[in-house]
Design a protein. Structure first.
Length: 354
């Protein structure tokens, strides 16, 4: 649909009893939907887009961001700079993204499981509201696995459940997914574990395992795969794919299989729902709607770009695209835990009370 635009001032002239109007300095233009759609593209062309990763270089979130960055450049016309901002189990980078200027030039990937639990429990230092983020979309969900280091005599979940000693499990900061997975499964499965948190990234936890400081950790399957293939780690438990064993790990039981009670299964179902939020990308609240829609469209194009798909495949990084609108709905749903006692378990877990 076309819209005529007149820019200028009109002159009134009376001649022979008749009144005439003439436009002085008038510019006549045609604005179409197509022209309007080019406005955000023109804004972004040649700009710098900061892409915040809330962990150190080398981890799974960093790999996803750096694989995606060139394709965001391609489809936005910007120069994308990946900025690592580790700290507080990923909270520092999420805070930075949320509180950046709302001009559409800052985005961030996040560990949304940790973000959800931090907000649910009101962890000190949270300076964001997940329901107000400008959601661009989700890159991936990931199978979660509990791995043990090479040489451990804990070679199955049954051996861990029956262990007569304390087994040290490493994790990042309070509220991070590695921590939440560890403490929730410890409680539900009554595991004889001690969760050692404070590592600044999963690679740092790996080093702790290699040094013998800790014996195991929870993590995404794709991030653990390299160490497992090298024979440095092996999996004994998985979150599963919608409650079933994942096709890549058919010999590893899911945590639902070993849960001792129906309530335990409901707690783990809540955790599994949080896992679905996984690795999304968001911009600060309040960016102009047309810029948000432009970023969402560019993200969709990047995620479906053949070049990106090939690089993700080579890096063995699974992809599970979700739109920004769908991500917004998902976040709101997981923040609403209907059973108050289960909600309190997650609050206690994140605050270190379990």
């Amino acid at each position: 649909m076309k819209e005529l635009l007149f820019v200028g001032r009109f002159k009134r002239i009376v001649y022979g009893g008749l009144v005439f109007f003439f436009a002085a300095g008038v510019t006549l233009g045609v604005r179409t939907a197509e022209a309007q759609s080019k406005k955000p593209a023109a804004f972004y062309k040649g700009k710098v887009l900061t892409f915040i990763v809330p962990y150190t270089p080398g981890g799974g979130y960093d790999v996803y961001a750096r694989i995606l960055a060139p394709y965001l450049e391609k489809h936005t016309g910007t120069r994308v700079i990946v900025r690592n901002m580790p700290g507080a189990g990923g909270m520092l980078g999420v805070n930075e993204t949320y509180n950046a200027p709302p001009n559409g030039l800052t985005i961030g990937i996040q560990n949304c499981v940790g973000s959800v639990t931090n907000q649910l429990t009101g962890v000190k230092g949270v300076r964001y509201d997940l329901t107000k983020f400008s959601w661009i979309g989700r890159m991936a969900i990931n199978l979660r696995v509990l791995v043990m280091r090479k040489g451990s005599d804990i070679t199955s979940i049954q051996k861990l459940m029956n262990a007569k000693r304390t087994v040290k499990i490493g994790a990042t900061g309070l509220g991070g997914s590695t921590y939440v997975d560890a403490v929730i499964t410890k409680k539900v499965l009554n595991l004889p574990t001690e969760v050692i948190h404070g590592y600044d990234s999963s690679p740092a936890v790996d080093l702790g395992m290699l040094r013998g400081e800790i014996e195991g950790q929870w993590g995404s399957y794709s991030s653990r795969l390299k160490m497992m293939k090298a024979g440095e780690q092996f999996a004994i438990l998985q979150s599963g794919d919608k409650g079933k064993r994942d096709s890549r790990t058919p010999d590893i039981p899911t945590f639902f299989e070993v849960a001792p009670s129906e309530k335990g299964k409901r707690i783990l179902s809540t955790l599994a729902g949080m896992h679905e939020t996984a690795r999304p990308i968001a911009a600060p609240p309040g960016i102009p709607q047309e810029r948000l829609e432009f970023l969402q469209q560019a993200f969709y194009k990047a995620m479906h770009d053949p070049g990106f798909l090939e690089k993700a495949k080579k890096a063995k990084r699974p992809l599970n695209y979700l739109s920004g609108e769908e991500m917004s709905k998902l976040v709101k749903s997981v923040l609403e835990i209907p059973e108050e006692d289960i909600k309190q378990i997650f609050i206690q877990a994140v605050k270190g009370s379990i």
